[in-house]
Design a protein around this ligand. Structure first.
Ligand SMILES: O=C(O)[C@H](O)[C@@H](O)[C@H](O)[C@H](O)COP(=O)(O)O
Length: 240
């Protein structure tokens, strides 16, 4: 299927690139432009990024952008409760691929805090994010083919709390049985409140998942990404 065949709700912008590199550049231009604009009137700007495999070309493109990076706070949308030397660590991914070159000057706020379990580390993660100004400026999300985004997984027992628009917490624990690692995630309310929200996808399978999500927008708990399909969202997609 083609991106143009998707019947997107009004107010959702779509950006298609021929390659992951092209779409990564487009997204990096938009994010850097938005952060620069914010920094012209605010003392600091915040950038929430996702882990997984899709963001790498975006991270590489963004890390070279000219920006007052020392005034940018970078946070992960979610983290797996693993040490930094584990290949599943999103923190290690961001340090290696985004926080380098010019973006090496950015301030990284780590969700992964001391503690054997995410429950033990939760208070530390909350303290770490306490200084972030709400709403966050930029949030870039990925999506899994089960309809999860960040670590808002359909099978997580914590999902009702994580998706509750009245939950004032910014961070919660997520322990979906479908996943190998226990996780910590930013909440729906915090993520969706951002001034700039992008969904970064690659591959035909993700387009089919998006189509499924669009078909029944009200069944948010079955596919949490549905909660983000609203006016203002920017989708960035490449076919491979
Ligand atoms: O697992 C994580 O750390 C994520 O933040 C997650 O929500 C990710 O964005 C999607 O699972 C898509 O992952 P891919 O980009 O690997 O398809």
């Amino acid at each position: 299927m083609k991106m143009s065949e998707l019947s997107l709700p009004d107010g959702i912008e779509c950006h298609v690139g021929r390659t992951p590199g092209e779409v990564g550049e487009q997204l990096a231009d938009a994010v850097a432009g938005f952060l620069a604009e914010r920094l012209s009137s605010a003392p600091r700007a915040s950038l929430v990024v996702s882990g997984g495999s899709t963001p790498l070309p975006f991270f590489h493109a963004l890390s070279g952008k000219i920006l007052e990076w020392n005034r940018v706070d970078v946070v992960l949308a979610d983290e797996r409760w693993v040490s930094e030397d584990d290949p599943a660590s999103n923190t290690a991914l961001v340090k290696a691929h985004l926080l380098r070159d010019r973006a090496g000057e950015a301030h990284f706020l780590s969700l992964k805090q001391p503690g054997a379990t995410p429950e033990e580390g939760l208070a530390g993660a909350r303290r770490c994010l306490a200084g972030l100004i709400e709403p966050p400026d930029v949030v870039v999300l990925g999506m899994g083919n089960d309809g999860h985004t960040a670590s808002l997984f359909p099978d997580a027992p914590e999902l009702p709390t994580a998706m509750d628009p009245d939950n004032n917490e910014r961070v919660v624990v997520a322990t979906p049985p479908s996943q190998a690692q226990r996780r910590i995630t930013l909440t729906y309310r915090f993520l969706v409140s951002a001034r700039f929200v992008a969904l970064h996808l690659r591959g035909e399978d993700k387009l089919a998942t998006l189509e499924e999500a669009m078909a029944n927008p009200e069944r948010v708990m079955e596919m949490p990404v549905r909660g983000f399909l609203r006016p203002g969202l920017k989708i960035y997609w490449s076919p491979s």
